[in-house]
Design a binder for this molecule. Structure first.
Ligand code: URA
Length: 442
């Protein structure tokens, strides 16, 4: 048997690991025979040397086998989920899970917390007072039967190796790596018992994949590995060169989702959530087609639009929040006023670039994300945008309204404002706004 050090060395030297070497290493991580520092060295070796498809399948299987696996076959209906590779302001899951359920699918969603600069669905939902993401399996199944969807966090029993590796990757600069992303996402998704998965692969300056090429490779790898594990999967490449929707911050993202679900006019921003709504409808159409509820994508779009516009998705959303203990009334009632600042355009022109990664990091600095696993999140801090890519601005026009932490020094806030203004490019000539949805990888 290979020792952990020899496995690390073999990968470090660019050699292909056998399935049993990978499985032994991952098992060692779960039972304490592999130390965190060895896991970290392994992650860095994989980051630099990559993995073949066979190695990636073995890694995913080993991560899956490190925990419990749900069997949802006794629950009637087709189970299809969506997962995003991570972005800024990406709140799609909050609308999509109830929408797809309202269209007839079962959505057993096991979601994550923030990773690096990217936000996490669970952190957003936990901005709703009382909401619990930790449902035991029996309640998870009851939610699927009674409500049609549930969004829960990974329990301590599911994909145990991913929990460890995810936390280590977050703090060791080893997130942006295709085999590690594939193993992480699929080990959770296969374990949750879904039959189909639509993967939203984000591309752009706020995504882990910066180029279309890389995103396509991730999409191809994940669909191939999913197929080997018996899950139907399709990847959609979508743009992340600007935050999605108008809000970035846990509670404000929930409020934006509620507005979209209720079809209300926006109270908080001059902007609308057209991009958020369009992406949600399109991903829902793919889920419906993948799950066989819709024959064609166009039929799926039509059904999704109907269920969003007739209030059915809003009804399911309310049921889901109630089932998981959350109080929407409390979330929607006015909060204790916080200090806010409006960050304005320093000159006139067109907004031609928004560094979304930097914007995600500003949210983390404000306390809306974590720098280390034990950090507590402040759900109220965040940014509400009034202008995004393509907008024409005059000097002094508001770009974002920022809700600050209860205690924040003026110099820290001034530093963040400088970083923010550096992350926004204003030019004399307009540049085309990137397409929202690029391509589908089957
Ligand atoms: N989402 C995950 O669950 N894991 C990753 O590695 C990236 C995004």
């Amino acid at each position: 048997m290979m020792t952990p050090a020899l496995t690390i060395q073999k990968k470090r030297d660019g050699k292909e690991l056998t399935s049993s070497e990978i499985k032994d290493f991952i098992q060692g991580l779960s039972n304490g025979n592999v130390a965190d520092y060895q896991a970290t060295a392994f992650l860095m070796a994989v980051y630099f040397r990559g993995m073949t498809l066979t190695e990636t399948v073995a890694l995913t299987e080993a991560m899956l086998d490190s925990g419990e696996r749900y069997d949802l076959s006794s629950i009637p209906g087709v189970k299809v989920d969506k997962h995003s590779t991570g972005g800024v302001g990406d709140k799609v899951s909050l609308i999509l899970a109830p929408l797809a359920a309202a269209c007839g699918l079962k959505v057993p969603s096991m979601a994550g917390r923030g990773l690096g600069h990217s936000g996490g669905t669970i952190d957003k939902l936990e901005a709703i007072p009382g909401y619990t993401a930790q449902l035991p399996k029996s309640r998870f199944e009851a939610a699927l039967n009674e409500v049609g969807c549930a969004i829960i966090s990974q329990s301590d029993q599911i994909a145990v190796a991913d929990k460890k590796l995810y936390a280590l990757r977050d703090v060791t600069a080893t997130v942006e790596c295709i085999p590690l992303i594939v193993g992480s996402i699929l080990s959770k998704k296969v374990a949750e018992g879904t039959q189909g998965l639509v993967l939203d692969v984000k591309v752009g300056n706020g995504a882990f994949m910066r180029s279309r090429e890389e995103a396509r490779r991730l999409g191809k790898t994940i669909t191939q590995v999913a197929k080997r594990l018996g899950v139907k999967c399709r990847a959609i490449l979508t743009n992340m060169d600007q935050p999605l929707g108008y809000s970035v911050g846990n509670l404000s993202e929930v409020l934006e989702c509620v507005e979209v679900l209720k079809g209300e006019k926006h109270k908080h921003s001059d902007l609308t959530s057209v991009d958020l709504k369009e992406l949600t409808i399109q991903l829902c159409a793919h889920m419906l087609e993948l799950g066989g509820v819709a024959k064609k994508l166009a039929d799926g779009r039509k059904l999704a639009m109907e269920r969003l516009n007739d209030g059915s998705a809003w009804k399911v959303f309310q049921e889901m929040i109630k089932f998981q203990g959350g109080s929407l009334d409390k979330a929607l009632s006015p909060q204790k006023p916080r200090r806010t600042e409006i960050w304005t355009a320093p000159k006139r022109g067109f907004i031609t670039k928004m560094d979304s990664r930097q914007i995600g990091r500003i949210l983390v600095e404000l306390g809306g994300g974590r720098k280390k696993a034990s950090d507590r999140i402040d759900p109220l801090v965040g940014l509400v945008f009034h202008r995004k890519l393509g907008a024409k601005v005059q000097q002094g026009d508001p770009i974002a309204e920022v809700t600050l932490p209860e205690e924040s020094s003026s110099s820290a806030v001034a530093g963040l404002k400088t970083t923010f203004l550096e992350s926004i490019e204003i030019s004399g000539t307009r540049k085309p706004v990137p397409k929202l949805i690029y391509e589908v990888v089957n």
